[in-house]
Design a binder for this molecule. Structure first.
Ligand SMILES: [Zn+2]
Length: 140
């Protein structure tokens, strides 16, 4: 899959590059002028490669158009940083960070008990409630 996409990209780039080269050669050829001097008569400028230059121009434009018209499998692949940024943004928005638990009642429950007399939460290590001074030992 990756090799296929890279190959298509290569072909696109090569097509466009080839078209630009053809266009450049065609432009150069079509505007290339030769000056023929005639003794005592003067001179005339001719463009001997104008016809082939036009053909090269058209071919170059066709190649460039083909290069741009080929549908890229991933159009967003050309804009790498933008895609990555949007992707990370998406991921961060899609998966919200878990809210930090302010309290962990389960763990504190292991160390907290309720006073048998007043019902307040006191450390389970206390044998005597510090609020009501009631003994936490089972009276029976
Ligand atoms: Zn108490």
């Amino acid at each position: 899959m990756s090799t296929e996409t890279s190959g298509i990209h290569m072909n696109r780039g090569l097509l466009i590059l080839f078209g630009i080269i053809l266009l450049a050669i065609g432009l150069f050829a079509s505007f290339y002028q030769e000056t023929h001097y005639f003794l005592h008569i003067g001179y005339e400028t001719v463009t001997p490669y104008q016809s082939i230059g036009i053909v090269l121009d058209i071919a170059g434009i066709v190649f460039i158009a083909l290069g741009f018209l080929i549908p890229s499998p991933r159009a967003s692949q050309t804009t790498f940083p933008q895609t990555n940024a949007s992707k990370t943004k998406e991921e961060s928005s899609a998966i919200p960070p878990p809210p930090p638990p302010p309290e962990q009642p389960r763990s504190t429950a292991d160390f907290v008990k309720k006073c048998i007399n007043c019902g307040r939460e006191i450390p389970s290590a206390w044998e005597e409630c510090q609020y009501c001074k009631a003994s936490q030992r089972d009276p029976t």
